[in-house]
Design a protein around this ligand. Structure first.
Ligand code: AMP
Length: 280
């Protein structure tokens, strides 16, 4: 596997391959787990060359402590990518992606109203940071396709809005959430959970599953009340939101005739903030 640190080296590597190969990008922040690897495997099935990027992007963190403690097990990540047969990993420095860092670059694009709800409300400016780095990665790689996880449901929507803002010829693929056997959505942040937090965290997927199982059988209000009560009933879990929303606007749905709604949840479990979602 090629290990690339600069945009120039990446362009040199990919230039001769572009005409004949379909290139996929899988952007990550590292601390790779089976969820990330599932994206790479799907990308391998659908394209010729898969580039995984590992970059902990400072502009999308709203809490400096969260950025500081973000796990960075790079040697292990490289080993996992080797094992799965990834073509190349792009691991730039912060200076490579933001030459004037820490001076902020001018970046603001219209991502639509959905930028400001749910995660956008709790992490102000988060999606400006996410779309800024993904655009830079798209410019560096020039992929035909990019693979993202449905785990970050709102993120996929924001990336699609960014792609349409710039009319980029890049297909965005949303991949299913990979879960632990007991239902917990895999996340790089799960390693911060204590044994008790780990048990408590199950309430998130369970509340989503309850709502999915009873969707159409109980009123919307009672489904949401049940889920919120279930979560609030676990000491050490602090609910940020639980909603059943339209997948494009992320506004709460008003009735159950709605096509393809999604239930989304975010909560702090101990010191760790987790998100999850389920299509109804
Ligand atoms: P991250 O490293 O957390 O920024 O995630 C990189 C990519 O992996 C994003 O597109 C995530 O949505 C995706 N991802 C993270 N966790 C999972 C999971 N459990 N299942 C599927 N995709 C995931």
């Amino acid at each position: 596997m090629e290990i690339i640190h600069t945009i120039a080296a990446l362009k040199t590597l990919l230039a001769p391959l572009k005409a004949t190969s379909k290139i996929a990008l899988v952007p990550t922040m590292g601390a790779l787990h089976k969820g990330h690897l599932s994206l790479i495997k799907l990308a391998q099935q659908e394209t010729d060359i898969v580039i995984c990027s590992i970059f902990v992007n400072p502009t999308q963190f709203t809490d400096p402590k969260d950025l500081e403690k973000y796990p960075r097990p790079l040697a292990h990540d490289i080993q996992l990518l080797e094992e799965v047969g990834c073509f190349a990993v792009f691991m730039p420095t912060v200076k490579e992606m933001y030459p004037s860092f820490p001076v902020p670059e001018d970046w603001h694009i219209d991502l639509g109203e959905a930028e400001f709800v749910l995660e956008g409300e709790f992490r102000k400016g988060h999606y400006q940071g996410v779309t800024q780095i993904v655009k830079k990665l798209f410019d560096a790689v020039g992929p035909d396709t990019a693979f993202f996880g449905q785990k970050d449901f709102q993120q996929v929507l924001m990336i699609k809005n960014m792609v349409s803002h710039f009319s980029l010829p890049i297909e965005i693929v949303s991949c299913p959430i990979v879960r632990e056997d007991d239902g917990l959505a895999m996340s790089s942040r799960n390693i911060h959970l204590s044994a008790q937090d780990r048990k408590n965290a199950l309430v998130l997927s369970r509340s989503l599953q309850y709502v999915k199982d009873h969707y159409g059988k109980e009123s919307l209000g009672s489904l949401i009340d049940h889920a919120r009560r279930q979560i609030n009933g676990i000491p050490g879990v602090e609910l940020d939101y639980f909603t059943i929303a339209d997948p494009n606007t992320l506004q709460p749905i008003k009735d159950q005739d709605h096509p393809h709604p999604v239930a989304l949840v975010a909560a702090k479990v101990g010191e760790t903030r987790l998100i999850d979602n389920m299509l109804m």
